[in-house]
Design a protein around this ligand. Sequence first.
Ligand SMILES: [Zn+2]
Length: 103
Amino acid sequence: MLIPCLACETRFRPDEYFRACHDYNRGMDLVAWTCPRCGNRDDLRVLPGELGFGYPRRGRFAVDDRIRVPGLRRQRGDLRLDITLDTKVWRVHSRLRHLAAVG
Ligand SMILES: [Zn+2]
């Protein structure tokens, strides 16, 4: 099972791919991913059995493209997302954000 970068189409083993995840956004339920090869940054949603790619739309994230990753599981923690595949776990921490002033 190899997972492609949607920008440069390099394919990564799951360990290489998920180690490049960073900054879990709990509000939007997204992790940021930076391609180790081309440096492209993408936001993606980890879903059971697949990865979801898309765009923010009206304050929400709409998934347009999915890549199937059989056996992929996820568990949300307080300030992190744990991604599990087979016997491996990758832990993506939230970056603490300053509250933006509203209005
Ligand atoms: Zn790339």
